[in-house]
Design a protein around this ligand. Structure first.
Ligand code: PLP
Length: 401
């Protein structure tokens, strides 16, 4: 096996990293990565088994611990996020659960944005609560709320920015400063941005978590997750948890995701192009009072922050059509966009958060998270922009009655 290393003087760009980081080649000299669909690995002698188990020799033992296809994906996503190390998990939720259970203990306190993925809120309020870990949820964009929520028992700050599905944002440098002052771990779910648009570790976050299911795959095929950060946090803390509890990523999914990362930079670029046009189109097309949420629009309350913190504004556009009935009518009239709970696909997808992804939250929690009944989330794909706009236009026209 050989790695293709970059010369230490030259720092490759993100597109090059996406294509070359983590590459390995077997003696068959394959150009595209081989798939290591193996649960365990063979030792040449009992002494080698002993040495690898003891850690004095490097090598794979069992795919719950490490697997070459999974390691390749980990090396590539770590390089793209600018982290020393990554560990992959079976889904985004298992990455998030792993981070919580690795770094929080009974009696600890978590400060979390109130605008996070639905299951993340559920985990905090049920699983963590069951183990005596208290959570305070705060307004994502209000630094004072974060500061005031910190107690002597607080160990971690957790957020997504921009938030799903409101696209509200947090200033990561400011929260990193706060985390530093109070010696807390700052954990950022970077699903909406991917490393192509935002690199939280470079702004002072300690850990990034991903649902690789979304943009990293980008083609709606597999579930996966990743945790990225410093070698010490990952190797000394996260790795023993994964190795012993087993939320490990399937080698097949890792192999799919490894290839998915190769096209991520070009997909994101095209999807951002399309999303910018969709946001402008909707803003012109909709009657005033029906809000379009997109960080790239100058009237987004945190447009300046978005312009500073993100390289571009992402491919999620949300629109508030005023009522549940209007939202459902619009969604049902879309022909090109498909109705699904996923996001980040190369095809344009549409979701009604209040009755699906956020349907299990109480009405108060939904309101606090900004998920109104009329809110529609569009995950903009790579279709020809004229076709996307034509679809939105006809759906708005036909659902207006
Ligand atoms: C989908 C998603 C998750 C959960 O990921 P899974 O791969 O579905 O487990 C977490 N955070 C965000 C922002 C997501 O969109």
């Amino acid at each position: 096996m050989s790695h293709s290393d970059f010369s230490p003087e030259r720092k490759p760009g993100l597109a090059t990293t996406a294509l070359h980081a983590g590459r390995r080649m077997t003696e068959e000299r394959e150009n595209s990565p081989a798939l290591f669909l193996n649960s365990s690995f063979v030792f040449t002698s009992a002494a080698q088994a002993q040495a690898i188990f003891a850690g004095s020799e490097e090598g794979n033992i069992y795919s719950r611990f490490t697997n070459p296809s999974v390691t390749a994906f980990e090396e590539r996503i770590a390089a793209m996020e600018g982290g020393e190390k990554a560990l992959a998990t079976a889904s985004g939720m298992s990455a998030i659960t792993t981070v919580f259970l690795t770094f929080l203990a009974s009696g600890d306190h978590l400060v979390m944005s109130r605008s996070v993925f639905g299951s993340t809120t559920t985990i905090a309020n049920t699983l963590l609560a069951k183990f005596g870990i208290q959570t305070t949820q705060v307004a994502l964009s209000d630094p004072d709320a974060w500061r005031q929520a910190i107690t002597p028992a607080t160990r971690m700050l957790y957020l997504e920015t921009p938030a799903n599905p409101t696209l509200e944002m947090a200033d990561l440098s400011l929260l990193a400063q706060l985390a530093k002052e109070h010696q807390l771990l700052l954990v950022v779910d970077n699903v909406f941005c991917t490393p192509c648009l935002q690199r939280p570790l470079s702004l002072g976050a300690h850990l990034v978590v991903h649902s690789a299911t979304k943009y990293l795959d980008g083609q709606g095929r597999v579930l996966g997750g990743a945790i990225i950060g410093s070698r010490s946090l990952l190797q000394d803390h996260v790795y023993p948890f994964i190795r012993n509890t087993g939320p490990s990523l399937s080698p097949f999914n890792a192999w799919v995701l490894f290839k998915g990362l190769e096209t991520l930079p070009v997909r994101i670029e095209k999807q951002c192009d399309n999303a910018e046009q969709v946001a402008q189109f909707l803003q012109q097309r909709l009657p005033s009072g029906q809000a379009v949420h997109y960080p790239g629009l100058p009237n987004h309350p945190q447009h300046a922050l978005a312009a500073r913190q993100m390289r571009r504004f992402g491919a999620i556009v949300c629109v508030d059509l005023g009522s549940l009935a209007a939202a459902h009518r619009f969604i049902d009239h879309l022909q090109l966009a498909t109705i699904t709970a996923n996001l980040g696909d190369v095809r344009t997808l549409v979701t009604h958060p209040a009755t699906t992804t956020h349907g299990r939250l109480s009405a108060e929690m939904r309101a606090a998270a900004g998920v109104t009944d009329g809110l529609v989330r569009l995950s903009i794909g790579m279709e020809d922009i004229a076709d996307i706009l034509a679809d939105l236009d006809q759906a708005l026209l036909r659902s207006a009655s």
